[in-house]
Design a protein around this ligand. Structure first.
Ligand code: ACO
Length: 375
């Protein structure tokens, strides 16, 4: 029964929010975050500064930043109930994103309502790292208040104080993926908070949306291809064989970007710096060769499609260079995006309008009720 409105599958092209947080221009290949071009912000800001920018609409001055950093650091430790739960989940060997979803739901415990947002940002890394160590049969490491958000996350995962180059690499990644228009998980968070529900509910729903391979769950395969190729000389043979077999090249193509994803550029520069200072430069060079060959073969096999490198390709390389296993890639995405989800929740709360689209009924009508024994 068509009620006269248009059905747009996937809501493509439908504007469902106004936002001051980020702007994605897929044709120009531009991403603006909090008024800054991505490259300008990502490589310079700490994650705390970018979070403050999104939550307050401007960069903090020094005293504000110190207060914010200290507040986040104080909120990092998890309630005992959360740790006990994560320990039990690890015994089931559940994926890290499942553990994050389960842990996220406990984040309202022992926190005043006014502290919920910083507690969520502060505790996401602690949940991921604690769960990761439980999975390895280790005890979680207590967070260190003397390290910033990114450095403490790496410390809690590895037990080592990370080099400045690694911290800068992770910070650039976290800044790069903190927000990206009205993506699926952000939309999910806005839908939940628009019912006047609470921040923890909104963020828990968003984790569920991010987990899916069509959204945040696909960076691992891009790295697998690089390792499978192994040496630049083999790039063309391996990639051509995949395309001949009708396979997709992982880390290339995007629904919105029809030119190189600006996040790929920022992460490629960050990976180069990090690998040069503290990593395996041969792997970086191999990835570069794979990228160049892939883009040229995609133009040959899919002319006119404008298939370019997407964010996942260099995400995988950068996070691998930081020593993170593939299973931690999407949870690390969530560690960053949580701050963006919360910023969208604040915007939605100010807007104050329930999100309630319509559906077109395509089922039967006029059925006659039959008692159970007569069906
Ligand atoms: N390798 C080979 N061919 C491709 C690729 C690719 N990576 N991406 C698209 N194509 C081809 C398709 O086969 C199709 O060709 P055809 O018309 O001859 O059948 C054409 O390009 C258009 O493809 P669509 O699926 O319509 O493009 P869409 O915009 O829906 O896809 C997507 C975007 C899903 C990202 C796609 O490019 C893809 O599968 N890439 C590989 C997986 C990947 O890297 N995912 C991470 C994306 S980044 C992110 O979402 C955060």
């Amino acid at each position: 029964m068509n009620n006269g409105t248009n059905f747009v599958p996937g809501l493509e092209g439908i504007v469902a929010a106004e936002t001051r947080l980020s702007h994605v221009d897929g044709l120009a290949g531009e991403l603006i975050i909090g008024g800054f071009a991505l490259a300008e912000l990502a490589a310079n800001a700490t994650f705390e500064e970018t979070t403050y920018l999104l939550w307050h609409g401007r960069l903090p001055i020094a005293a504000e930043l110190t207060t914010f950093q200290q507040a986040l650091a104080a909120l990092r430790p998890l309630p005992t109930a959360t740790l006990t739960l994560l320990h039990a989940v690890a015994a089931e060997n559940a994926p890290v994103m499942d553990a994050l979803r389960i842990g996220a739901g406990t984040l309202s415990l022992g926190v005043d309502e006014g502290q919920l947002a910083p507690a969520i940002v502060a505790r996401f890394p602690t949940i991921v790292a604690a769960y990761w160590r439980f999975l390895q049969g280790q005890e979680p490491l207590p967070p260190r208040a003397d390290l910033n958000h990114a450095a403490n996350y790496l410390y809690m995962l590895t037990g080592e104080t990370p080099s400045d180059a690694r911290v800068r690499g992770l910070e650039t990644y976290l800044n790069t993926v903190i927000d990206h228009g009205l993506n699926a998980s952000t939309f999910a968070a806005r839908v939940i908070i628009a019912t006047n529900s609470d921040l923890v509910s909104a963020i828990t729903g968003a984790v569920g949306a991010l987990k899916g391979p069509l959204h945040g769950g696909a960076p691992g395969p891009a790295l697998d291809t690089v390792f499978e190729i192994g040496t630049p000389a083999k790039a063309e043979t391996v990639l051509r064989a995949k395309l001949e077999a009708g396979e997709r090249l992982m880390g290339f193509g995007h629904r919105v970007y029809k030119v190189r994803d600006p996040r790929a550029e920022v992460l490629s520069v960050a990976a180069k710096k990090m690998f040069a200072a503290d990593g395996d430069m041969a792997l970086y060079e191999l990835a570069k060769a794979v990228e160049t060959t892939a883009v040229s073969l995609l133009a040959e096999y899919k002319p006119g499609r404008n298939l370019q490198t997407n964010v996942e390709f260099y995400t995988a390389l950068l996070l691998h260079g930081l020593g993170l296993e593939t299973a931690l890639f999407t949870p690390t995405f969530a560690v960053s995006r949580a701050a963006g989800w919360l910023a969208h929740c604040f915007e939605q709360q100010q807007y104050g309008r329930l999100i309630r689209p319509q559906s077109t009924y395509i089922g039967d009508a006029g059925r006659t009720w039959l008692p159970l024994e007569a069906r």
